[in-house]
Design a protein around this ligand. Structure first.
Ligand SMILES: *[C@@H]1O[C@H](CO)[C@@H](O)[C@H](O)[C@H]1NC(C)=O
Length: 482
């Protein structure tokens, strides 16, 4: 336009028409580019996906990407088709049962934190730990298979970043053992098993690792740990050779050899504790793996993920945030904001500061302060207007009937951790389906803004999650597994 005027072609009717048509072309181009930006915006802030990708599959489809390093253990969902723990041992849970058990785990975490922070009033009040038949360890757990003893015996263990002690059921099961898939470990048949003496420093470390003072029987240290009223393991504290993979062997690993075990551990032989306290596998292998481990939880139970110790073979595009010092053996993070469809929710940062948040491998659904959750669900509902709402699913209150859809478009959700670390949640971490007619926003509100937040395992799906405990940071990378 300027060049036309500069050339001094003064207003002949011809040049006015030229100018007008030029302006028209210009504004049309502007509209076009505006449209383009909208489309780009759509791609940038929304996921379009097949509804079927949110539904369970009865066939195991192992992840084709992920950490294929030799030191990686395969991670499978306890109740999925990739798990060896199928059949009578593991009754598949309904989505409702999963949610009820998940709430029990959240209550247990809260009770443990209250004990750690010295709020003793909760200790005596059993009501904070609900009496469910052994299911309080949670139902959203993932398992890995390790080798124990010499010769090594295969055992499937629940992996848990929310506790420290590793234990397995042991023969002769002096009091009781629950049903497990693999043969129960027999210490007398292993050439490398030894009892830990009552005077060992590791024996006294049991107090903080289990919340119970150790016992002593004929100079052998005794441990006891409970995960709710009817779910526990009690037995000898032992030392044994632990074979994570043929190349990753830990000699003299301290673990609980359970003589009295009760609970619905779903056919798993016990539990592997990945917490922050002294006796966790992370602490016991500090010299070998420098307190670094990472995992990827698959998008659904019909796929597989990994658990890796050490920093070998890690993704490059990891975004880190600082670990906070609060939270006892739990991994505390700092949450600063949440975005939905590219827009930051109007939540005062003080809300997250008050609650705090931990990341947990065993809690299924992320728990947020009610103030934050209501901002999240209302923004989500606004952007999901075209889909019909339906009845709530247990703790999930924002649910849609998607029976008439095959493809859906949903707003992206990102969490912004301390240090401005923006982590985008995968579509399978945004919605939780109870069939096509009830597909729910996979977040829930705590009872009170002062209750601790929990970043659950649904929201961690498909991300590589890296714990660099020595470096005081936790990192996330997209597309760790499928
Ligand atoms: C470990 O200690 C218990 C209790 O004293 C004993 O029954 C068991 O035989 C001991 N096992 C080994 C391998 O020493």
């Amino acid at each position: 336009m300027r060049s036309i005027i500069e050339r001094g072609e003064m207003a002949s009717s011809h040049s006015i028409i030229l100018l007008l048509s030029f302006l028209f072309v210009l504004s049309a181009a502007r509209i076009e580019s505006a449209l383009e930006t909208n489309e780009e915006e759509e791609v940038r802030h929304y996921h379009t996906l097949q509804l079927s990708s949110l539904l369970p599959s009865s066939v195991c489809n192992p992840s084709t990407i992920g950490n294929k390093r030799k030191g990686s253990l395969e991670v499978v969902h306890k109740h999925g088709p990739c798990s060896s723990l199928t059949g009578d041992m593991v009754k598949p849970l309904t989505v409702k049962e999963t949610m009820t058990h998940d709430q029990s785990r959240v209550d247990l975490i809260r009770a443990k934190l209250a004990i750690n922070t010295g709020k003793k009033d909760l200790l005596g009040s059993k009501a904070t730990i609900p009496a469910k038949s052994g299911s309080t360890i949670g139902s959203g757990n993932y398992i890995v298979t390790v080798g124990l003893g010499t010769p090594a015996k295969k055992l499937s263990l629940i992996f848990d970043t929310g506790s420290d002690l590793t234990w397995t059921q042991c023969q002769p099961c002096a009091r009781s053992c629950y049903n497990q898939k693999e043969p129960i470990f027999t210490p007398s048949a292993s050439t490398t098993y030894t009892n830990v003496s009552c005077s060992a420093t590791e024996c006294s470390s049991l107090a903080s690792a289990t919340g119970n003072n150790p016992g002593c029987s004929v100079s052998t240290c005794l441990y006891g740990i409970q995960y709710g009223d009817q779910s526990f393991s009690v037995g000898f504290f032992g030392k044994e050779k632990l074979t994570l993979t043929p190349k990753d062997v830990v000699n003299g690993f301290y673990f609980g050899c359970g003589q009295n075990n009760q609970g619905l551990f779903g056919g798993a032989a016990g539990l592997i504790g990945l917490g922050r306290d002294k006796l966790s596998i992370v602490s016991q292998t500090a010299n070998k793996y420098r307190k670094v481990f990472s995992y990827c939880l698959p998008s659904r139970a019909s796929s597989t993920g990994y658990l890796t110790f050490g920093s070998g073979g890690m993704a490059r595009n990891i975004k880190y945030t600082r670990l906070s010092t609060q939270g006892g053996s739990f991994y505390g993070l700092t949450l600063t904001a949440i975005t939905v469809g590219g827009t930051k929710l109007p939540i005062s940062p003080g809300v997250f500061q008050t609650s705090g948040i931990i990341i947990d491998s065993g809690t299924v659904i992320t728990r947020l302060p009610p103030t934050a959750y209501s901002a999240l669900s209302s923004a989500f509902r606004t952007q999901m207007k075209k889909y019909p709402l339906t009845k709530p699913l247990s703790i999930l209150d924002t649910c849609y009937d998607l029976s008439n859809y095959q493809m859906i478009t949903i707003p992206k959700i990102s969490v912004i951790w301390g240090g401005n670390t923006n982590v985008e949640i995968a579509p399978q971490g945004i919605l939780y389906a109870n069939g096509v007619s009830q597909v729910c926003l996979a977040f829930a509100a705590n009872g009170d803004d002062s209750d601790i937040g929990i970043f659950g395992n649904v929201q961690q799906r498909t991300m590589a999650v890296v714990y660099d405990v020595a470096g005081g940071k936790v990192g996330f990378a997209p597309r760790g597994c499928t």
